[in-house]
Design a protein around this ligand. Structure first.
Ligand SMILES: Cc1cc2nc3c(=O)[nH]c(=O)nc-3n(C[C@H](O)[C@H](O)[C@H](O)COP(=O)(O)OP(=O)(O)OC[C@H]3O[C@@H](n4cnc5c(N)ncnc54)[C@H](O)[C@@H]3O)c2cc1C
Length: 390
């Protein structure tokens, strides 16, 4: 078949691009090729099924990767920009995270399907395996031995996080075929492996902490939230929040500050009261911290001195030894080099070839930044294509 635009990848960015192209009113012949059995499968799983699509605190420092000026221009105008693709209502929670009001991410994938199914060709269960640039545009060869032809091609194939969503990294080869290169790839928004000597007894316990990631004494990130202790290291929203700043680095140490709302003075006073009550050494933090965490802190402090116990509790360090890897990560850090695309996200190497979403070397913090990038970059590509001479 011949199309005006073929979009490879029916995830958040590809669907945003398609929806915007349709709304452009140019009656373009558009095809989305999606390897999965339905479109927007990962989108439907985001935010623990609730779809955290953006964040009120939309500033450039929440993004990592190449061409920060362009990323800032595309993302930092209106935090609700991506929500305008949908007909439902959206609202922000107390921490600024924006969700569909019904808190159901699958409704967003359904909305895309409603908008697009009668307007464009949606090929599901079809993987683009090879793309050839021809004089008139592109030929997309798929696993079904189909060949789709198109004037414009948009690669929205995502990264290599969570291969059950058909994002196993194999599709970077489609861009490599055109001479595009990748920055090194790392898992991000991911659980961290750490030394486990001091946390062996804490498996499954969750604590509200301030988590600081440091390298050679320099603070890389500091976030407040839950840390969950596991047999491999740590998980929880504070861990996900610091991970974008460290998974590409070595020699990182996590410092956990327990009881962040209490001063050293208050904690030390409570330890002294416990002592006066005749508490055993191991129970000096009983009732103040989860008992098992309290015991682990006291054991590690190797002291019954309230100052030393308090210092250990406020700076409980764990060297990072790795991550749980791409199968558990929410996003990929790294991707197609941003200096190989124009400010319109068009390839500098091949005319009329565009990229959007996670396939590019842009990743965001935890909290809606990655979907916002997927939506805004997909829409930006659509606008560039709509602005061409038709
Ligand atoms: C469990 C989970 C929860 C998340 N929660 C959030 C959240 O709450 N907020 C947030 O901002 N971000 C979240 N993210 C990250 C966010 O989902 C992604 O960054 C975003 O979906 C990227 O959009 P994309 O379109 O670039 O890629 P994807 O959504 O990954 O879509 C890429 C699509 O391309 C298809 N594809 C790949 N190769 C081919 C090929 N050769 N041929 C045809 N099709 C192909 C894949 O099947 C896939 O459907 C989460 C991620 C995960 C895994």
């Amino acid at each position: 078949m011949n199309y005006d635009v073929v979009i490879v990848g029916g995830g958040a960015s590809g669907l945003a691009c398609a929806a915007r192209l349709v709304k452009g009113g140019k009656q373009l012949k558009i095809c989305v090729i999606e390897a999965g059995d339905r479109i927007g499968k990962k989108l439907a799983a985001t935010g623990n099924g609730q779809g955290n699509v953006s964040n009120l605190d939309m500033t450039a420092e929440h993004y990592h990767g190449g061409n920060s000026a362009l990323v800032e221009r595309l993302t930092c105008g209106d935090p609700y920009a991506g929500t305008k693709l949908f007909s439902c209502l959206f609202c922000a929670d107390e921490s600024g995270r924006i969700y569909p009001a019904g808190k159901q991410a699958s409704a967003l994938a359904d909305d895309f399907l409603r908008q697009l199914s009668s307007e464009i060709t949606l090929l599901t269960g079809v993987k683009a395996e090879k793309i050839i640039s021809m004089g008139y545009g592109f030929e997309v060869h798929t696993n079904g031995a189909r060949v789709e032809k198109s004037r414009f091609l948009v690669l929205c194939t995502g990264g290599k996080a969570q291969k059950q969503f058909k994002t196993d990294g194999s599709s970077y080869a489609l861009a490599a075929y055109f001479g595009h290169s990748l920055t090194p790839l790392y898992p991000s928004l991911v659980q961290l492996k750490t030394q486990t000597e001091h946390i062996r007894t804490l498996k499954g316990i969750r604590a509200d902490c301030v988590l600081t990631a440091m390298q050679h004494g320099k603070v890389l990130a500091r976030k407040r939230g839950d840390v969950i202790f596991t047999d491999y290291g740590v998980s929880g929203n504070a861990v996900f929040a610091v991970s974008p700043y460290i998974t590409d680095k070595h020699d990182v140490i996590l410092s956990i500050e327990f009881l962040p709302d209490f001063s050293n003075e208050e904690i030390e006073k409570s330890i002294i009261l416990h002592k006066k009550d005749g508490c055993e050494k191991s129970e000096l933090l009983s009732g103040t911290l989860h008992n098992q965490i309290g015991r682990a802190v006291i054991k590690r402090s190797n002291s019954d001195n309230e100052k030393i116990i308090c210092d250990t509790l406020k700076n409980f360090t764990l060297p990072v030894t790795g991550t749980l890897g791409f199968d558990y990560a929410q996003v990929t850090k790294g991707g197609i080099k941003m200096d190989e695309v124009t400010n319109e996200l068009e390839s500098r190497l091949i005319k009329n070839l565009f990229f959007a979403g996670e396939v590019l070397d842009v990743d965001g913090d935890c909290g809606g930044y990655n979907l916002h990038w997927a939506f805004t970059s997909g829409m930006a590509v659509a606008d560039s294509i709509l602005n061409r001479k038709w």
